[in-house]
Design a protein around this ligand. Structure first.
Ligand SMILES: C[S@@+](CC[C@H](N)C(=O)[O-])C[C@H]1O[C@@H](n2cnc3c(N)ncnc32)[C@H](O)[C@@H]1O
Length: 239
């Protein structure tokens, strides 16, 4: 692991607070991750890294979900602490594996993907979504957040041919697409507070946060409130 482990131990508390105070802001992001999965024959699901286990509420009740994270900051009775390079599960255990925005700080992404494929059952899918290199979200995280979070941010982001040197992984990709959708807020105050907590923007004033979000990501005012543009590249791998 790397310094990000320490970094997220500090960030986890405010990140979780943002998710608790505003549980519906990222509804489109979670729904997009699972939108192509038919859960009728899915029982065992792995969410990795799960943060505070936010995916759970979007899954059908019959599903048993294992919520796991790499950072001590999220560990509790419901969230198991795991090492991305050696997962503590038997091979061929899961009917589906999901990973949302949690791979761009890993030291060894291919090894983690291999581990996910190992613990996945044959013919089943590992679906992950993360930041697309060169996107507005990349710029927001590696420039704006890097400047206004005192711990900085340097993520290694994803692109279509990311795995071309890893045929064992590349051959299993059955879909790779960019999905965009808005984060949803009732008003500007809520939007600023969410961004401050969720991204740890301790060095930015409310005005700087508002202008950064508006100029880099884009804000749309609708009848429902405030929408902030977001989007991730999503891969589906079939074992
Ligand atoms: C942006 S959060 C995403 C969490 C959750 N999937 C969600 O969508 O809210 C990133 C997660 O990755 C974990 N993580 C990623 N790389 C890590 C590393 N190298 N060390 C420790 N934790 C890491 C963090 O603990 C955190 O839970």
């Amino acid at each position: 692991m790397n310094d990000y482990n320490i970094l997220f131990q500090n960030r986890a508390k405010d990140y979780h607070l943002a998710m608790q105070e505003y549980p519906n802001v990222r509804i489109n992001e979670f729904k997009s991750l699972i939108s192509n999965t038919n859960f009728s024959d899915v029982t065992m699901v792995l969410d990795i890294p799960s943060g505070g286990g936010y995916l759970k509420k979007y899954l059908p009740e019959h599903v048993t979900i294992f919520s796991t994270d790499f950072s001590e900051g999220f560990k509790n009775d419901d969230i198991q602490l795991v090492c991305p390079e050696k997962l503590p599960f038997e091979s061929n255990s899961f009917d589906a594996i999901f990973s949302l925005s949690g791979m761009h700080h890993l030291k060894n992404v291919p090894l983690f993907v291999e581990e996910c494929l190992r613990v996945l059952k044959k013919d089943r899918n590992f679906i992950f979504a993360d930041v697309k290199k060169g996107s507005n979200v990349d710029f927001f995280l590696n420039n704006f957040l890097n400047e206004y979070n005192s711990l900085g941010h340097r993520g290694n982001f994803f692109y279509q041919n990311y795995f071309e040197e890893y045929p064992n992984i590349q051959n299993k990709i059955i879909n790779c697409q960019y999905n965009d959708y808005p984060f949803l807020f009732q008003n500007q105050t809520e939007m600023i507070r969410f961004f401050k907590l969720f991204f740890g923007l301790d060095k930015a004033s409310d005005t700087i946060i508002f202008e950064g979000v508006r100029d880099i990501l884009g804000i749309e005012k609708t009848a429902k409130g405030f929408e902030v543009n977001w989007g991730l590249i999503q891969y589906t791998l079939k074992k």
